[in-house]
Design a protein around this ligand. Structure first.
Ligand code: PLP
Length: 387
C-alpha cells in the first residue's frame, strides 16, 4: 500500500537534492571544520556556503545565522539568552497557542518568579494586538510569538508586532519553524530580532536548525565550550545537517511560488471537499491568514484518534489535535485557547501538505474519509447524547 503523507507540519521527507549534497560528508569529506589542515578547512567552506544559502532565504546577512540542533534549541536559546542579557527585566510576553518548545520555557520562567503573560486568541486563533500593547512595558525583556501556528496554520501579524516591540525597545523573538519555506520572508526589512527555524520542516534532515540573531541583539550563549558559531553556540558542527539545511533553504526559495499555487490548490481542494461531504464539521483557524499547506478540521462527535487509525488503514497519514497524556485524552491547548467546543476539539484532524503531494493523493483521501466519518458516528455515544 502506498503511503499518502499529509503530516508535513510534523516532519518532511528529505529532498533528493539534499541527500545527494550530504552523502559525501559522511565518508569522504568528514573532517572537523575547526582543524588546521586543508582536509578540515574545506568543510569550513561548506558551512560558510550553507550560511549564505540560509541567509538568502531569510533576507538577512550570513553573520546573523547561528546553526543549532533544531527548533527547540533555537527557541530555548532565544528566550533564555535574551533574558540573561537583560537581568534587570523580569517580564516575558508570549501567546497561549505557542509550541511547547516556547510554552514550557515560559512556564519554567514563571516558576522562577518571572512575570509571564500569555496573550489570548479569538475563535479563529487571532491575537488581539491591543492586549499586547497593554502589557508591553519597560520591565519586558522579551516578547516571543510564533509566526504561524503548527496546528491550525494561522499566521500572526509578525511584522506589525515587531514594530510594536521595537518602538518600546523590547527584544522580539518569533518561532518561525512552520513559516520558513512556506511564505516569503525578508528579515532585512523587518524589525524581528530573533527567529527560530528547523531543518526537518523544510526537507532537510532532523537535528539541525537556525537561530537568526539580528546584528546588535544582545544574547548570552547557553551552550558553552569551543569557539564554534563565533562563540555563540559551542559544539562540533553537525556538518551534514548544516550543509543539507543550506541546500534545503536554496530549494525552498526556488519552490516558494509552488507552495502558494500548487500546494495551496491541493490543500483547498481537500478542504472544500471534506467540508462539503462530511456533515457537522468545521474549519479551525483563520481562513484569511493561514499557511498555504495546512488545514485543520473538527469532526463533531467522533474521536480524532479513531479517524487517524482508520485513515492509517488506507495508508493516509495525518495528525490529531489531541495528545494522549497520562491515560486521558486531552484536547489540544491551541484549540482550547480558541474556545473550540469539547466535542469538536476531540475530533480535530490536521492535514499538512508539501510539494511532494499530488492531486491523486488528495482525491484518494476525499474518497476514503467521508465513509470513515459516517461509520464512526454510527458507533459514537456522543451522537446519541448530542442530537
Ligand atoms: N516550534 C514549532 C512551531 C514546531 O512546530 C516545532 C516542531 O513541531 C518546534 C518548534 C520544534 O522543532 P524541532 O522539532 O526542530 O525541535
Amino acid at each position: 500500500m502506498k503511503t499518502v503523507y499529509f503530516d508535513n507540519n510534523a516532519t518532511t521527507r528529505v529532498a533528493d537534492e539534499v541527500i545527494e549534497e550530504i552523502k559525501p560528508l559522511f565518508c569522504e569529506l568528514y573532517g572537523n571544520p575547526s582543524s588546521m589542515h586543508t582536509f578540515g578547512g574545506q568543510i569550513g567552506r561548506r558551512i560558510r556556503e550553507a550560511r549564505e544559502q540560509a541567509a538568502a532565504l531569510l533576507g538577512c546577512d550570513a553573520s546573523e545565522i547561528i546553526f543549532t540542533s533544531g527548533g527547540t534549541e533555537s527557541d530555548n536559546m532565544a528566550i533564555k539568552g535574551a533574558l540573561a542579557a537583560a537581568p534587570h527585566k523580569r517580564k516575558v510576553i508570549t501567546s497561549r497557542v505557542e509550541h511547547p518548545a516556547v510554552l514550557a520555557v515560559c512556564r519554567e520562567l514563571d516558576n522562577q518568579g518571572y512575570t509571564v503573560v500569555e496573550l489570548s486568541v479569538d475563535k479563529q486563533g487571532r491575537l488581539d494586538l491591543a492586549e499586547l500593547e497593554e502589557h508591553l512595558d519597560e520591565n519586558t525583556a522579551v516578547v516571543t510569538i510564533m509566526y504561524a501556528n503548527n496546528e491550525t496554520g494561522t499566521m500572526f501579524p509578525i511584522d506589525r508586532i515587531a514594530q510594536m516591540t521595537a518602538a518600546k525597545g523590547v527584544v522580539f523573538h518569533t518561532d518561525a519553524v512552520q513559516a520558513v519555506g512556506k511564505i516569503p520572508l525578508n528579515l532585512s526589512r523587518s524589525s524581528i530580532d530573533l527567529l527560530s527555524l528547523s531543518g526537518h520542516k523544510l526537507h532537510a534532515p532532523k537535528g539541525v536548525g537556525i537561530l537568526y540573531i539580528r546584528k546588535g541583539t544582545r544574547l548570552v550563549p547557553f551552550m558553552l565550550g569551543g569557539h564554534q558559531e563565533a562563540g555563540r553556540r559551542a559544539g562540533t558542527e553537525n556538518v551534514p545537517g548544516i550543509v543539507g539545511l543550506g541546500r534545503a533553504c536554496e530549494l525552498a526559495a526556488a519552490h516558494l511560488d509552488e507552495e502558494n499555487t500548487k500546494v495551496k490548490r491541493l490543500r483547498d481542494r481537500l478542504e472544500k471537499a471534506i467540508l462539503k461531504k462530511c456533515p457537522d464539521c468545521r474549519l479551525n483557524g483563520d481562513p484569511a491568514n493561514r499557511l498555504p499547506n495546512t488545514c485543520n478540521i473538527s469532526f463533531e462527535f467522533v474521536e480524532g484518534e479513531a479517524i487517524l487509525l482508520m485513515l492509517d488503514k488506507y495508508g493516509i497519514c495525518a495528525s490529531s489535535g489531541s495528545a494522549c497524556t497520562s491515560g486521558s485524552l486531552e484536547p489540544s491547548h491551541v484549540l482550547r485557547a480558541m474556545g473550540v467546543p469539547f466535542t469538536a476539539a476531540h475530533g480535530s484532524i490536521r492535514f499538512s501538505l508539501s510539494r511532494y503531494n499530488t492531486q491523486e493523493e488528495v482525491d484518494y483521501t476525499i474518497e476514503k474519509l467521508p465513509p470513515i466519518i459516517s461509520k464512526l458516528r454510527e458507533l459514537s455515544p456522543f451522537v446519541v447524547k448530542a442530537r
